[in-house]
Write a protein that binds this ligand. Structure first.
Ligand SMILES: [Mg+2]
Length: 244
């Protein structure tokens, strides 16, 4: 079914690689900051092992058969990262320092492209806007939205870290729809992740717009029987043509 804007009352955005870029460069800066803190606290890290653990952690919520779609817990993954890399148990202060590092670098590396502000302003006149992000730290997402000046556009922000489950699980979608006061068939999700946004959105009963503007680092393979998106865009500015 092609995208139909008629019933739409709410536009829900994914964050990373939909509104803002969060690709290899941003991940590299985050990894470097984290590795520096680990070096300082525990000594030189085995970088190959470090990268392997980091990408395993990023994919952990989607693994398992069937996957439970449980979001990572920041304290647990930081503790087990130290355990695996150094064979020691980090103190609470050391864990807190790792969390501070991750928060600081995450909120620093994210930049909003200029056209996003104008687009959200225009869409906000016609629709309720929401943000639905998969990330283990909800406060980091909210701080980053505030830093780049995007926080005022969204009536509601739901982050997987706050509820413990990631998209494509239906609960994050239902939680945000409930906060917006909109039924699923009155909403569209715009996102880059084939599994989380497109499959999750369709399963929850929303229309979906898939964006291919940036490369998605945790993109998971398509499977037979997958839903197709209602529309596909290669740049976010194409939403104007679809929604306005
Ligand atoms: Mg994304």
């Amino acid at each position: 079914m092609p995208f139909n804007k008629k019933p739409i009352k709410a536009v829900i955005f994914d964050y990373g690689n939909t509104l803002i870029e969060f690709g290899k460069t941003q991940i590299m800066y985050c990894d470097m900051a984290l590795a520096n803190t680990l070096d300082r606290l525990f000594g030189k890290a085995d970088l190959a092992k470090f990268r392997k653990i980091r990408s395993r952690n990023r994919l952990a919520p989607y693994s398992g058969n069937p996957p439970e779609y449980r979001e990572n817990n920041m304290v647990e993954i930081s503790t087990s990262l130290v355990r695996e890399l150094y064979g020691v148990e980090p103190s609470p202060e050391e864990v807190a320092e790792i969390l501070r590092t991750r928060f600081a670098i995450f909120t620093k590396v994210i930049q909003a492209p200029d056209y996003v502000f104008d687009l959200l302003k225009k869409l906000g006149r016609e629709y309720k806007l929401g943000l639905l992000s998969n990330y283990p730290d909800g406060n980091a997402i909210r701080q980053s939205l505030a830093n780049i000046g995007l926080d005022g556009f969204f009536r509601s922000v739901v982050v997987s870290g706050d509820i413990g489950l990631v998209k494509p699980h239906p609960v994050p979608f239902l939680t945000l729809l409930d906060q917006l006061g909109v039924k699923a068939d009155r909403a569209v999700i715009v996102g880059d992740n084939w599994l989380a946004d497109v499959q999750g959105g369709k399963q929850a009963g929303l229309q979906t717009i898939w964006t291919t503007q940036w490369e998605s680092p945790e993109d998971l393979p398509r499977r037979p029987g997958d839903f197709e998106p209602d529309a596909t865009i290669s740049h976010l500015s194409q939403l104007e043509g679809l929604l306005l």
